[in-house]
Design a binder for this molecule. Structure first.
Ligand code: THU
Length: 128
């Protein structure tokens, strides 16, 4: 699957975003090493910190289906430039060693970065 195709899946899941408070819809899609794809959206809550970001929704959906080996994750939102994952999602991406992070927006801007680029000095199991 190409980066563009993964972004298209993320865009589809963005439409499911539950974002009545921020109105900021985010979609994500994670690709397993075997080629399966799981999508996710942000899910907000009246108690704001309970909100789950799109990236973590996609990752948690995949992990709950027994997936642990990932090749890439795509994130998309209606942002001026490619949408970057928040710090908490970077940590979740790091936990599952997702090496390719594809950031995109609705205008078609797209940028792929590595895990090391997006979260240098990551806190990992080796630090425990
Ligand atoms: N959001 C994501 O889904 N992913 C990110 O990486 C950044 C933020 C969501 C959370 C909240 O619902 C909305 O965007 C505004 O912060």
């Amino acid at each position: 699957m190409t980066d563009q195709e993964l972004v298209e899946v993320a865009k589809k899941y963005r439409e499911h975003a539950y974002a009545p408070y921020s109105k900021f819809k985010v979609g994500a899609a994670v690709l397993t090493k075997e080629g399966r794809v799981y999508g996710g959206c942000n899910i907000e809550n009246a108690s704001y910190p309970v909100t789950n970001c799109a990236e973590r929704t996609a990752i948690f959906k995949a992990v709950s289906e027994g997936e642990h080996e990932f090749a890439a994750i795509a994130i998309v939102a209606d942002t001026p430039g490619p949408c970057a994952p928040c710090g908490m999602c970077r940590q979740a991406i790091s936990e599952f060693r997702i090496e390719r992070i594809i950031m995109a927006n609705l205008k078609g801007d797209m940028q792929a970065v590595s895990l090391e680029e997006i979260l240098p000095f990551a806190f990992t199991e080796n630090d425990l």
